[in-house]
Design a protein around this ligand. Structure first.
Ligand code: NAD
Ligand code: LMR
Length: 441
């Protein structure tokens, strides 16, 4: 097996240590020659990089490890860029969540006005990353899980249609792990059918290797408990706010009992409930800064201080296994079946061809081949038509620097009640995003 060279873009991400630990745990599946970290915040990245250097010296000294803020050094010679950047960092995520709440609207990282604001910030940086990769490593693939993935994916489709970029999300992976727990299986024993947009979709089938259909059984469980399970199965989505989200799947299923819902649909189906249950002074950004971010950076500082990685300092990030599987599928043509965000092109037969949809794909050396999911029903299709139009308008607004299209995008979002409120929240978001958004005319 050829050893791979990898750059992690967003080297200072809270997820970097978990992903590196996962890569180290899978060197038999995906051998690594070079591992580089790249970030545009040298100071933040250096804390994690210095700690990871100690971990690598302990566990895999043969891997050439380095970190940089120079894109040429970062991208030259790599086979893969694993990208998880956050334009504007947590400071801006907090505003994405708190500003909409001031207007009585959902304040969330990827859904509603906050997600739209984050999308407008991310497009330019993601395109810049792709351009670096194409310039310095023209044969490389970018495996992108930077959010908001739906908007980023649409921007890639429009602005860099030929680029070797695959957009992906861990939410369906985490929820499948919960489903497998519910029926006493492991995720790798199950094959799913699924359709939707990113953070906006439904499972239509969950089968085991003998072809037994578990959808009715899982549905009965979810109708009672949502996706809440007794055992810690989903390492990433464990905080209190996530437990409430898993539980709320029960009410999503009540609206549409046919299929199993993605948890993010709660922001579109129950925006009023979400606002009522949000604390405008303390949102998810605060929870992550006080939780995951603090934990990860404290652990890194401890490793640097002591010169060794103690038990439990850095954890293997189980959810990151899907990134290893994806890289492996491309590097070694494994034909892995995975849910990815790809141009529709008929995968959902009665949905617009030029939408970026999330569907099962077979992945090999040439990237993903989407599997046809057939026609979808009116309710889901109606919701998706509305949401995909929002995502397209945002990308058009970014390209054309159009205030009008941003206003339309916000007006069309199912999370916003009127054009008046859409305009008010847009003006407030523009005010704090001048450093990041194009100047709208
Ligand atoms: P974070 O703020 O801790 O890390 C992001 C890093 O990206 C920061 O160090 C920042 O300096 C860096 N960065 C920002 N702009 C950059 C640029 N232009 N070039 C290089 N580096 C840049 O954030 P986090 O909570 O660790 O999340 C990272 C990303 O992963 C977010 O976009 C988040 O939404 C996403 N995420 C995606 C999934 C998924 O499954 N799709 C799951 C979890 C998190
Ligand atoms: C994160 O942890 O930042 C993302 O996975 C989304 C979230 O709110 O947990």
């Amino acid at each position: 097996m050829k050893k791979q060279s990898i750059v992690i873009a967003g080297g200072g991400s809270t997820y970097t240590p978990g992903i590196v630990m996962m890569l180290l745990d899978n060197l038999d599946k995906l051998p690594i020659k070079t591992l580089k970290l790249y970030d545009n915040d040298a100071e933040r990245q250096e804390i994690l990089a210095k700690a990871l250097k100690i971990v690598l010296d302990e566990q895999a000294p043969e891997i050439e490890f380095s970190y940089t803020t120079d894109p040429k050094v970062a991208f030259e010679g790599v086979d893969f860029c694993m990208a998880h950047i956050r334009t504007g960092q947590y400071r801006m995520r907090e505003l994405d969540e708190k500003i909409p709440l001031k207007f009585g609207l959902v304040g969330q990282e990827t859904c509603g006005p906050g997600g739209i604001a984050y999308g407008m910030r991310s497009i330019g940086d993601m395109i810049e990353l792709i351009d670096y990769m194409e310039k310095y490593a023209p044969n490389a693939w970018m495996l992108n899980y930077s959010n908001p993935a739906a908007i980023v994916a649409e921007a890639c489709r429009v602005l860099r249609p030929e680029a070797k970029v695959i957009n992906m999300c861990d939410m369906p992976v985490g929820t499948l792990r919960r489903m497998s727990q519910i029926i006493g299986k492991t995720p790798d024993e199950l094959t799913v059918r699924y359709f939707g947009l990113n953070h906006f979709g439904w499972w239509t089938s969950v089968k085991d290797q003998e072809g037994h259909e578990y959808l009715p059984e899982i549905r009965d469980y979810v109708a009672e408990n949502g996706y809440l399970t007794q055992i810690e199965v989903d390492t990433q989505h464990m905080d209190q706010s996530w437990q409430e989200t898993h539980k709320k799947a029960k009410d999503l299923l009540a609206v549409n009992p046919r299929y199993l819902p993605n948890t993010y649909l709660k922001y579109y189906l129950y925006p009023d409930y979400v606002v009522e249950h949000s604390n405008p002074e303390y949102t998810r950004a605060n929870e992550v800064m006080a939780g995951r971010e603090k934990r990860v950076f404290d652990a890194a500082r401890k490793i640097i201080e002591t010169g060794k990685c103690g038990e439990g300092d850095f954890h293997i990030d189980n959810h990151a296994l899907f990134i290893v599987d994806l890289a492996r599928a491309i590097a070694f043509n494994t034909g892995e079946r995975m849910l990815l965000i790809v141009p529709n092109n008929g995968a959902i037969s009665n949905f617009r061809q030029d939408a970026m949809v999330e569907v099962p794909c077979i992945v090999g050396t040439d990237g993903p081949e989407p599997l046809c999911q057939g026609d979808i029903p009116t309710f889901e299709r109606g919701m998706m038509e509305q949401q995909v139009a929002v995502e397209k308008l945002i990308v058009e607004a970014w390209v054309e620097k159009s205030y009008q299209k941003m206003w339309q995008a916000l007006t069309l979002s199912k999370t916003v009640p009127s054009a008046k409120v859409a305009k008010d929240v847009l003006d407030a978001l523009i005010e704090v995003n001048t450093e990041y958004w194009p100047e709208l005319k």
